[in-house]
Design a protein around this ligand. Structure first.
Ligand SMILES: CC(C)(COP(=O)(O)OP(=O)(O)OC[C@H]1O[C@@H](n2cnc3c(N)ncnc32)[C@H](O)[C@@H]1OP(=O)(O)O)[C@@H](O)C(=O)NCCC(=O)NCCS
Length: 346
């Protein structure tokens, strides 16, 4: 008996792969705070105007989480609670919580653990994943591996960011773009040919100078000087990031199609990271897919960093059909970028 057990556990990966266990999304839920920050309000804060913002980015408004002592976990907990209710999932059955964020409540403990405690995920272990705006996409891949290995049955992945906590509302290059929001998905095993089929993930640390938050980490811990120099805010070289994003997000989206012999007709939807409407359109053009297949909600939420992909799937969940071929693509600071091909399961 013991011999059989050890043989079985050593070969479980092999057996699962051959049984075709894949991770499927079995539910998606978003949460955005009530407060709407419009372009008109931004016009009163920095030298900008609605026409410029809309034509250069596609953004009309974004949500802001107001209130003393409220961190990214507040939005994540709300999204996760509603997701568990919607999918009839007992929180005690969750095995793992991955929280993708660049704005954790605190440097430590991990925000994933705060979420787990709040929703009553008693047996789950959890950790935060930081890959800037590609975090949710990386999380979907890493969470899927735990399911595909056969080790876990229920992985809760949540992307959440309170970008307003690291945005300088005196800097027109960044404050017009970002907003707050969260979204969560439940990952479960499936052997019927649905779920995460393939992915491409990449990163390049040479991009670090173009999109970053200088202080607050171990290199430049907070001092009076770092605060006075406004170094606890996100900074970017917009046009360099823009060029990088167009080339690379489009590149991996096309690569994941080609690797899987998917034609433009085969793709039901592109779920792109919502950073700039022009970047989204360039990606769709490179993939050769029509605008009716490109899912966009940037006009309502701006760039919510780790919230964009789940918020987008949540907004369009009613349009998805079982078996739809969906491509997700993202890019972000680091630089990080990647694409996933999945078959929708419900
Ligand atoms: C930030 C971004 C919208 C700027 O658009 P752009 O077309 O590249 O514009 P530029 O930075 O070249 O600036 C063009 C002009 O508009 C001005 N400008 C910049 N921000 C402005 C604003 N908010 N309102 C009005 N004018 C603005 C610039 O000063 C510049 O003026 P100049 O020509 O007199 O020098 C765009 O570069 C972008 O979206 N980059 C990617 C950012 C991103 O996605 N970050 C998140 C990554 S996950």
């Amino acid at each position: 008996m013991r011999i059989f057990d050890s043989y079985f556990s050593k070969n479980i990966d092999f057996i699962n792969k051959n049984m075709g266990i894949r991770a499927v999304i079995t539910g998606v839920q978003g949460y955005v705070p009530d407060y709407i920050l419009t372009n008109a309000e931004l016009e009163k804060m920095v030298e900008t105007n609605d026409e410029w913002i809309v034509s250069r980015t596609g953004i009309h408004e974004r949500r802001i989480l107001k209130g003393e002592g409220k961190g990214s976990s507040v939005m994540a907990i709300e999204a996760c609670r509603q997701l568990l209710e919607k999918t009839n999932t007992d929180p005690a059955d969750i095995d793992l919580i991955i929280c993708a964020t660049v704005t954790p409540d605190m440097v430590f403990p991990a925000t994933a653990n705060l979420i787990g405690a709040a929703i009553g995920a008693k047996k789950a272990f959890g950790y935060d994943l930081q890959a800037a705006c590609s975090g949710f996409l990386y999380g979907l891949v890493t969470g899927s591996q735990f399911i595909e290995s056969g080790r876990y049955k229920k992985v809760l992945l949540v992307g959440t960011d309170k970008m307003s906590s690291i945005i300088d509302y005196q800097d027109r290059a960044t404050c017009i773009i970002f907003g707050d929001g969260a979204g969560a998905v439940l990952l479960e095993p499936n052997t019927e040919g649905f779920g995460v089929m393939d992915f491409v993930l990449q990163s390049d640390g040479n991009g670090a100078d173009y999109l970053y938050m200088k202080a607050g980490g171990s290199r430049y811990p907070p001092t009076l000087e770092t605060v006075q120099n406004r170094e606890h805010y996100a900074r970017q070289d917009g046009s360099t990031v823009f060029k990088f994003a167009v080339k690379n997000m489009a590149g991996v989206a096309k690569e994941v199609m080609d690797r899987n012999n998917l034609t433009a007709e085969d793709v039901a939807y592109l779920v792109p990271h919502q950073a700039n409407l022009r970047i989204i359109n360039a990606t769709a053009e490179h993939m050769g897919i029509g605008s009716e297949k490109v899912l966009v909600n940037i006009h309502r939420y701006g760039n919510t960093t780790n919230g964009t992909l789940p918020l987008c799937m949540w907004d369009f969940e009613k349009d998805f059909k079982k078996g739809d071929n969906i491509v997700l693509a993202a890019f972000g600071g680091g630089f990080t970028w990647g694409a996933i091909y999945l078959k929708w399961a419900y």
